[in-house]
Design a protein around this ligand. Structure first.
Ligand code: ZN
Length: 465
């Protein structure tokens, strides 16, 4: 099977030009002007942009909160229609099991044969026994070269204390495992939450009050110091506050290998969304909490200036009616609401409409944040770039489309969309996954199980590699 895409504006992380792309089998074989190859299918992309398929490095398809599970890989076609062709799932270590075994088992039952886009995995260490710490380097051979630790959840089984983080940083270095942290101070959150609940302040809005920016700043700084001591690289996930950006920027300026991502919802949603009438604020309960305009402006500046190097979704598909309501009713509070929001499908739509169209980032900067850098960070060698020899994961983007974002045309399988009613400019019209068309005229046309596991290489981007 071969495809020739003609006359599109090809956008890469550092340039943009009009040209043709020739795809044979699963990869890009030629890029140039007026290519004359014969192809099984010729696509005219005049007036459209061609972007590399997105890499979403922060997705939750397996997360379970008090026995209640999010939507899984059976909804990964939502990524496809949103222009994302590779996603990376966080798999919590199962108590009593090893790190690699936990991912292998999940992968066999819940991803292989189901996924509709390509996929990779991050490990999440939840049980830092000495033998588990010893196992960390083995993640590299299995193709899972990244591991996250949660600093934010006092009393929960997946919470990590400083000793676990430090041991992981030391051990991870032996095999190029990048340690990632969810940086929020669990003790501060615990004290503030108990105080608020005792005062009867239990509504969803108080979720944000229980975790102000200083909570994120302190943990970010502490993680950076731990990484400095271990002389190991550090990746800070979902940065949301000015103070945390500053910590990362300063550490990087001192020559430390410290990097961070932010997520689409921190760029466009507001803390006041948590104050919506009734229980509706629960839809916006995620951690770190949504911030104010001041923080959003700082985040846009940070992603534009490369202080933050990726934008993910932190997609987490909990239903509003059945799952978010775990925090409603007598004796319940914001602390009982499952954290997270669905956003897999709209990452590119948000970045294009509110980033590129509003003049906050260039198209090339979007490509870098959306696809190129997340592929590099995670060692996905043939992803995230329009280059000869790379996987033919391509998005033909129509900039003239106009629509309204709504749950009504969403494939995430969740009963709400946090961006409901937002104006949308442009959309991914045609999407190819390794040379196969999986989206046509904005509609998903691929097949279940078409996605493939992509092993990551250790220390993908660290030290500029
Ligand atoms: Zn997350």
């Amino acid at each position: 099977m071969s495809v020739l895409i003609k006359n599109g504006t090809i956008v890469t992380a550092d340039s943009e030009f009009t040209g043709d792309i020739y795809v044979e089998g699963e990869s890009i074989k030629a890029i140039g002007e007026e290519l004359e190859m014969q192809a099984d299918e010729v696509v005219d992309a005049t007036g459209k942009y061609i972007l590399p398929g997105g890499v979403d490095q922060h997705v939750h398809f397996s997360f379970t909160y008090k026995g209640s599970k999010v939507r899984g890989f059976e909804t990964s076609n939502a990524a496809a229609v949103g222009g994302t062709t590779t996603l990376i799932e966080f798999v919590n270590q199962v108590q009593g099991k090893g790190l690699v075994e936990s991912i292998d088992d999940y992968r066999k039952t819940d991803a292989d044969g189901i996924a509709m886009v390509d996929y990779a995995f991050h490990s999440v260490m939840t049980d830092p026994r000495p033998e588990v710490i010893e196992e960390i380097p083995k993640l590299a051979d299995a193709g899972y070269p990244t591991m996250k630790l949660f600093m934010a959840y006092k009393g929960m089984f997946f919470h990590a204390d400083d000793d676990a983080i430090l041991n992981a940083l030391y051990k991870g270095k032996e095999a190029g495992i990048t340690v990632m942290v969810h940086a929020e101070n669990a003790e501060m959150i615990d004290v503030l939450s108990k105080k608020l609940i005792a005062e009867g302040k239990t509504a969803p809005y108080y979720h944000a009050v229980s975790r102000p920016p200083v909570v994120e700043a302190e943990a970010t700084r502490r993680a950076i110091y731990l990484a400095e001591l271990a002389e190991a690289p550090l990746y800070v996930v979902h940065v949301s506050a000015i103070e945390a950006i500053e910590e990362i920027k300063q550490a990087f300026g001192r020559g430390q290998a410290v990097y961070g991502e932010t997520c689409s919802h921190y760029l466009v949603l507001d803390r006041e969304d948590l104050a919506k009438p009734g229980f509706e604020g629960a839809k916006y309960v995620c951690s770190p909490a949504l911030r104010t305009k001041e923080h959003r402006d700082a985040l846009w500046q940070a992603v534009d200036r490369k202080w933050i190097n990726a934008i993910s979704s932190d997609h987490c598909g909990f239903d509003y009616e059945n799952q978010k309501h775990m925090g409603a009713g007598p004796g319940k509070s914001f602390a009982d609401i499952p954290n997270g929001a669905p956003s897999l499908q709209n990452r590119l739509n948000i970045l294009w409409t509110y980033g590129v169209c509003e003049g906050r980032i260039s198209r090339s900067r979007l490509v870098d944040l959306f696809a190129t850098m997340p592929a590099k960070i995670n060692g996905l060698e043939k992803k995230g770039q329009i280059e000869i020899g790379y996987d033919a994961d391509l998005v033909i983007f129509n900039p003239n489309y106009e629509g309204i974002i709504s749950v009504a045309n969403n494939l995430e399988g969740v009963d709400y969309c946090p961006f409901e009613g937002f104006a949308q400019k442009g959309r991914p019209e045609t999407v190819f996954l390794r040379g196969s068309k999986i989206v046509d005229n904005g509609k998903y046309v691929g097949t279940k199980g078409q996605g493939r596991f992509i092993p990551g290489k250790p220390y993908g981007y660290v030290y500029g590699g």
